[in-house]
Design a protein. Structure first.
Length: 320
């Protein structure tokens, strides 16, 4: 029996203890190297691109010689206007990538000894940065496509005679939505949130290139796929795989997302479901990548992502 990747030494290329022992100067230098990697770690102005900048001795701020703008290592990124130390942000990212099924904001607040609000916003900023890495990506070849419903738990009544069928539409609370995953065989996965599977089938052409082969189950929502793609269907009530048709890799994604919802977060609000789905798609795409490389990928994604209009000033109910 082959060894699971997470048990191998290739999966352990990052030491959380080393991140926590970083000095402020070391954390600052790492942010510089990642953000301005194309310039050898030397800062340049994010406003005009001028490479001639001055640094202040009293604080970690730079000044551009061209436009005289002042900026820091996180200016214009998703980590802008931060109050946490750079080392704490790096520690949060290290903890985030080490959790194969996700990491709750409550647990992160205990790990870093910060308020729950701080951990909540920081976690979602990381998820938003990861979701931006999928923008503009399309899938090709053999693509598996399936949908499952998450969020919006409806508690059953105490007495059996008062219980209703929670699968019916009129019993739902309106927060339960359909996560649809489109996943290449042994390749990239994209996850999107829709009200129903039929909505996903109507826009599949935006994410799957012409000439691809799509695998789906027998739900009538996917009937329209036959008009655009070579489509293979599998009836799950009869078999999980038959004559090469299956959606097992899509089901693998749902397994990870379901365990994150039930075992880690316990509840996922509908308006944030897309971010959690994108996070789990990223984890599936990089499940054979060591945690050290994942760590650098997340830091780089955060520094390449612009200021979040959703999460900046979130607890002040401000979007400016």
């Amino acid at each position: 029996m082959s060894q699971h990747f997470l048990l191998s030494t290739k999966a352990r290329t990052l030491s959380l203890s080393k991140v926590m022992r970083m000095s402020d100067d070391e954390a600052f230098e790492m942010f510089k190297q990642v953000r301005w990697n194309q310039n050898g770690g030397n800062p340049f102005c994010p406003r005009c691109g001028c490479v001639t900048v001055y640094s202040y001795k009293a604080r970690r701020v730079f000044k551009c010689k061209g436009c005289e703008a002042q900026f820091s290592v996180t200016t214009g990124t998703i980590f802008a206007s931060r109050k946490l130390d750079l080392r704490d942000i790096l520690a949060a990212i290290a903890i985030f990538v080490n959790s194969a099924k996700g990491h709750s904001a409550l647990q992160l607040s205990r790990d870093l000894d910060v308020q729950y609000k701080t951990a909540f916003v920081l976690s979602h900023k990381i998820r938003e940065a990861l979701s931006r890495t999928n923008e503009g990506k399309t899938l090709s070849g053999v693509v598996e496509m399936d949908g499952a419903y998450f969020g919006g738990y409806v508690k059953p009544a105490n007495m059996k005679e008062h219980r209703l069928d929670r699968r019916t539409r009129y019993v739902q609370n309106g927060k339960r939505e359909c996560v649809v995953v489109m996943r290449e065989r042994d390749g990239h996965a994209l996850a999107n949130v829709y009200k129903s599977e039929s909505d996903a089938a109507a826009v599949a052409h935006k994410h799957i290139t012409h000439g691809s082969t799509v695998h789906a189950d027998e739900a009538t929502s996917w009937d329209s796929l036959h008009a655009r793609y070579e489509t293979k269907r599998i009836n799950h009530s009869a078999a999980y795989s038959y004559e090469g048709a299956c959606t097992n890799q899509a089901e693998s994604f749902f397994s990870r997302l379901r365990r994150a919802e039930v075992g880690t977060h316990h509840s996922i609000a509908g308006k944030y479901l897309d971010l959690y789905a994108d996070e789990m798609a990223w984890r599936e795409n990089n499940r054979r990548v060591g945690n050290g490389e994942q760590y650098l990928m997340v830091v780089s994604a955060g520094l390449q992502t612009k200021i979040s209009r959703q999460w900046k000033g979130y607890w002040q109910r401000s979007v400016d």
